[in-house]
Design a binder for this molecule. Sequence first.
Ligand SMILES: Nc1ncnc2c1ncn2[C@@H]1O[C@H](COP(=O)(O)OP(=O)(O)OP(=O)(O)O)[C@@H](O)[C@H]1O
Ligand SMILES: [Mg+2]
Length: 578
Amino acid sequence: MRRVLAYLKPYIPLVILSIAFLVGQVYTELSLPNLMSDIVDKGILLQGITPEERNGFIRSIGLEMLGVSLLSIACAIGSSFFAIRISAGVSRRLRRDLFAKVNEFSNAEISKFSTASLITRTTNDVTQVQNFITMGLMMMLFAPFMGLGSVYMALTLCRELSWTVLTAVIVIIVILGILMVVVMPKFKALQKLTDRLNLVSREGLSGMMVIRAFGNEEHEAERFREANEDLTFTTRFVMRSMALMGPVMALIMSGLQLAIVWFGAKLINLQELQLGEMMAFLQYAQHILISFLFVSAIFIMIPRAQVSAQRVAEVLDTEISIKDKEGAEDFDNVRGEVVFDHVSFRYPDAEEDVITDVSFTAKPGETTAFIGSTGSGKSTLINLVPRFYDVTAGSIKIDGRDIRDVKLHDLREAIGYVPQKAVLFSGTIESNVKYGNDSEDISEAIEVAQAAEFVYEREEGIEAPISQGATNVSGGQKQRLSIARALAKKPPIYVFDDSFSALDFKTDAALRAALKKYTGASTVLIVAQRVSTIMNAQQIIVLDEGKVAGKGTHRELLETCPYYRAICESQLSKEELG
Ligand SMILES: Nc1ncnc2c1ncn2[C@@H]1O[C@H](COP(=O)(O)OP(=O)(O)OP(=O)(O)O)[C@@H](O)[C@H]1O
Ligand SMILES: [Mg+2]
């Protein structure tokens, strides 16, 4: 909570302004009942004055009341104006910082929170905090001022009746206490149930095709129904209990009025109280009860806001595992020699190493290829180069410098990365290929990536739109565009993670031929499933369960590495094997 409230700091002048308006509002509202009592006691009931004097008196006090009311309205508008400005500002900054923070997250942190939860935290939870600040600024300060002021005013008017108010307050405290005990735990549960509903609906939406293909709609609907009903039941319980407050309060309020009038009338009879004074007392009593309600409403809101604030703070306070170390150096004019030096890697919280003691050197102008069965750690290995994860043991050096010693931005600038699962952003083909680089001419990159044929087939050419999630291009087209994106960057190091898997053999061959010319003096790291894709690489590294099972050219490996030979035999014909 404190972490989030610190965001109020820049708004302190506005907070003070808002408080000033609140004080104005309280002051004006407190003086109204007294003015009214003046009208009754001195204007209407007073004996022995001429009608003109009476009218004049009523008119002047009436005007005064009108002025005070207008002032009070102005103050109310002023204070809510600032309260809303402040809370909207705080939530804007919170969202901005959350987004920036999540952008720095490495895969480890993202999987710790889960994407669904990060989205709820940036939206729903921030809104909860915002609502709390708005209400807090408007009620939290208003209610105590108003309550204490009313108590003071009521006491100066008539001490004999104060026990009535006191009794009412005690009754309210008892009822609120019971309500708190019953409802409070449910409030905390609400946020968790909302999380769950989000998770189920997200999964349902993104997995729609699979759900339909497996005819599992009913199971999913059931899952959603459960989550939905849990949330509904809890919300209904909470709302009903809260709704009960309304009539109970009305009852107490009426009882209080009745008591005041009843006992006030006796005092008036004894000439100890005047009619106008009693009317004023009635109003102050009402103010006291209402302020009391406000204060208790705040107490009910606090735990809910606290849960949300905590969830937001958790994200903001997460220690980022991969970032520039202190004094990280610039990394320009990269040649691109990549050296793995006894590298081992284990996923956070995993029991075993996924990569064990891997060493190799990938030279500029050469292609280094990785092959191995699924799950052998190829993607993991290659993802260590752009530092999506940091090595657990050993080191990775580029041009002789440990990649953990240089600026992360410079390092990634030097790498053209094509992920195993192609990702495009909504926009156009051009905006996607130009993504993250300022290359003027992208036609060559499109040509080399073998994307020209389908790009220029379209009427709009490179202006052709890409829809959200790139659903309007095929898997292979997506892959080729994501290759073009890396090529357009013209980096010294290329990383292709199984980027040719969705291409037919002919396109694969054409791409490899064009790629060879295009990449020139750059270092190329390629992960592949097909032997034919990497046969001509200067160096092939065979991975088996995260260990290097063989290293060399295709020819050498056929001789020295039985595992590689087995892969080849399963894929190539006798003649191709030679
Ligand atoms: N984020 C992760 N957290 C924990 N374990 C992971 C994670 N990603 C992958 N693994 C594990 O690491 C191992 C290697 O996975 P990796 O993705 O590197 O395989 P791969 O060789 O690229 O396979 P494929 O050919 O199917 O792409 C697998 O056993 C997998 O279960
Ligand atoms: Mg992989």
